[in-house]
Design a protein around this ligand. Structure first.
Ligand code: NAI
Ligand code: AKG
Length: 442
């Protein structure tokens, strides 16, 4: 069945040289970093769609890669330098859009992969954007608030000429939040005048949208509901394990709990906690708020973070880093469904292993698109100088996520492929059409 873990298999080429190239490529690509894995998924989609090789190449090459040095004084007066990136991948469908990540593993390859994913993601949910992503290689928890502010302002000074309301609009990602966006907005406005729509995911008091903070987690829940409905199942009858308890993970857990789902395990960088009878999520949120850690929560048993991914559950929701499901642990995954709330949580090796086990994977470029969808609503509200109420935001979000699921499913049916390829073909096809209509083909 098209929603199962079955993989799309390339049609055997009649040309033996071409065929050996395909096989050789897929062998090499089995152990890949995020960029190679993303490129591989894109190329598979391009083949399914029968894209011309020139168009394929042009869609793959990023519009612009920016790398800047950001030197700031630490609180003790010493100078320290960080490297910041912004990759603008594609703008055929509109201004480039994507988050900014503060994390020690940020590098140009990763940002490239994440920027490309944004291009396909905005197209999957059919919002008028292209894709971009940014990041700074740093450990945000080791920086004071004033150091983070200085770093964000210096980064903005370095890239302000290359972003813009109609060119590239940043947003939060791992390690950044509404406050980070407020600093970017303020710094950018010094150069360009008051510019509310230059970032999304900002504080509501500064033009942010109601519902944006919860939007990625809420979108994950809408996506999960749409998937489970295909199997005649409901959140309230299922158990969930959630990796990551930051913005996305905590909101997903909270909303699943509200809908009667049983969250049986949660992890973050500080540890993990489990309870097969279901964790009391509001109590866990209070505990995390009060102590800054999951450790010591009396409503469950502590376990190691690594165990979370192989925990007994119906639905596994990774909400942290990329590549966490890989050849080392994929075979031990017990979940029947994986909803990719994180970007690129599943390594290609794991994709293969999980598919063979019949695990259904709802891919990132659809599953976590709720955040950028409400970012789009925020940008629209800023441009209109008008504010929607939260009910309208959530209603529209559900509409976009539900429509995208049906479009994705139709691609799976038309091309007899799994959900990942359904999402990639949906996104890539829309971007390819816009590229052709603009006359950008080489
Ligand atoms: N914030 C947003 O609107 C969107 C975020 N995403 C993706 O969702 C993921 C999470 O993003 P946010 O929640 O915004 O970040 P966040 O910084 O708010 O939270 C990240 C969470 O991951 C945990 N974590 C880090 N390393 C871990 C490890 N080794 N094991 C277990 N937990 C670990 C952290 O402790 C924290 O709880 C990322 O992949 C991001 O790209 C995707 C779409 C939109
Ligand atoms: O809200 C946005 O513009 C981007 C969110 C993001 O970075 C993502 O979807 O990965």
């Amino acid at each position: 069945m098209y929603l199962s873990g079955e993989r799309w298999k390339p049609r055997a080429s009649r040309n033996p040289r071409q065929r050996s190239n395909l096989l050789h490529k897929s062998n090499i690509e089995a152990a890949m970093n995020a960029l190679a894995a993303t490129n591989r998924n894109f190329r598979q989609a391009a083949r399914i769609l029968g894209l011309d090789s020139k168009l394929e190449k042009s869609l793959l090459i990023p519009f612009r890669e920016i790398k800047v040095e950001c030197t700031i004084p630490k609180d003790d007066g010493t100078l320290v330098s960080y490297v910041g990136f912004r990759v603008q991948h594609d703008n055929a469908r509109g201004p480039m859009k994507g988050g900014i990540r503060y994390h020690p593993e940020v590098d140009l390859d990763e940002v490239n992969a994440l920027a490309q994913l944004m291009t396909w993601k905005t197209a999957v949910v059919d919002i008028p954007y292209g894709g971009a992503k940014g990041g700074i290689g740093c450990v945000p928890k080791e920086l004071s608030k004033s150091e983070l502010e200085r770093l964000t302002r210096v980064f903005t000074q370095k890239i302000h000429d290359l972003i813009g309301i109609n060119t590239d609009v940043p947003a939060p990602d791992m390690g950044t939040n509404a406050q980070t966006m407020a600093w970017i907005l303020d710094e950018y406005s010094k150069f360009h005048g008051h510019s509310l729509a230059i970032v999304t995911g900002k504080p509501v008091d500064l033009g942010g949208s109601l519902g944006r903070e919860a939007a990625t987690g809420r979108g994950v829940v809408y996506a999960t509901e749409a998937l489970l409905a295909e199997y005649g199942k409901h959140i309230k009858d299922m158990t969930f394990a959630i990796q990551g308890f930051g913005n996305v993970g905590a909101w997903a857990a909270r909303i699943i709990h509200e809908r009667g789902g049983k969250v049986v395990a949660v992890s973050d960088i500080t540890g993990a906690v489990k309870n097969q009878n279901g964790l009391d999520i509001p109590a866990l949120l209070n505990h995390k708020e009060a102590t800054g850690t999951l450790a010591g929560f009396s409503g469950g048993d502590a376990m190691s973070s690594d165990e979370l991914l192989t925990q007994e559950c119906d639905v596994l929701i990774p909400c942290a880093l990329g590549g966490v499901l890989n050849r080392e642990n994929a075979d031990s995954v017990k979940a029947k469904y994986i909803v990719e709330a994180a970007n690129h949580p599943t390594d290609p090796d794991a994709d293969e292993i999980l598919s063979k086990k019949g695990v259904v994977i709802l891919p990132d470029i659809y599953a976590n698109a709720g955040g950028v969808t409400v970012s789009y609503f925020e940008w629209v509200q800023n441009i209109q100088g008008f504010m929607w109420d939260e009910e309208q935001v959530n209603r529209e979000l559900k509409k976009y996520m539900t429509r995208a699921f049906h479009n994705l499913k139709n691609m799976c049916k038309s091309h007899n492929c799994n959900l990942r390829m359904g999402a990639f073909t949906l996104g890539v096809n829309r971007v390819a059409r816009a590229t052709q209509l603009r006359g950008w083909e080489a």
